[in-house]
Design a protein around this ligand. Structure first.
Ligand SMILES: Cc1cc2nc3c(=O)[nH]c(=O)nc-3n(C[C@H](O)[C@H](O)[C@H](O)COP(=O)(O)O)c2cc1C
Length: 189
């Protein structure tokens, strides 16, 4: 069974990115996948401290709530990171998770170890209609490369108020369809 991991990167519970993530995970579940959602703001963790503890490719030495997320990431066939746009970038919670992916970077680029092939997607929402999503999403794209995941994204500008994405059923349907595609191993995104 495909395992799809959804990561909610907004501290605003039930906000636009989480609503879209829930729609994507519902789509994946419809397709028969096992799904799991992790809410970063409910976890206690720091960004990378550049301690070098993973320089031999061993697990991250920091003992915090990301330990459970690493386990889920290792198991995931598909990963969806949902983040609001904050100051034209990802939320700090999302970026801290990405930086803690340094261990994956070491394994792939320093030690040239092959990782498990996966599918990756970002869902991002901003208030500004013409936000520069490609620049904001670039760290996530690099993170997915280090995770040996391909990369696709859904971006929505013009949604500021909590839950305003519900005014756009097309967006939610698009997220649901993304989840269905991610759950299907035969699909190349
Ligand atoms: C600290 C902060 C910074 C923000 N910066 C931006 C920004 O640079 N560009 C933008 O389009 N929206 C920005 N927004 C608006 C949010 O991206 C927008 O409200 C989004 O829908 C929030 O998603 P959520 O409901 O999942 O939390 C910012 C909001 C906050 C709280």
């Amino acid at each position: 069974m495909t395992f799809v991991l959804g990561i909610a990167g907004s501290p605003r519970r039930g906000g636009n990115t989480e609503l879209l993530l829930d729609a994507a995970l519902a789509g994946a579940a419809e397709q028969g996948a096992e799904v799991r959602k992790v809410v970063l703001s409910a976890l206690d963790f720091s960004g990378c401290t550049s301690c070098g503890g993973c320089s031999e490719g061993d697990d991250c030495v920091l003992d915090d709530d990301l330990r459970q997320v690493y386990e889920l990431l290792d198991r995931a066939d598909a990963v969806i990171l949902a983040s609001p746009l904050y100051f034209e970038g990802l939320s700090s919670q999302s970026k801290a998770l990405i930086d803690r992916g340094q261990v994956y970077w070491v394994r792939k680029f320093a030690l040239h170890r092959d990782g498990k092939k996966r599918r990756g997607a970002v869902i991002a929402v901003g208030a500004r209609r013409n936000a520069d999503f490609p620049s904001a999403l670039r760290p996530a794209k690099i993170w997915f490369i280090t995770l040996d995941a391909d990369f696709t994204s859904l971006t929505y500008g013009g949604f500021e108020e909590k839950g305003s994405i519900l005014d756009d059923p097309g967006a939610l349907a698009e997220a649901r369809a993304l989840g269905r595609r991610l759950a299907d191993e035969r699909n190349i995104l």
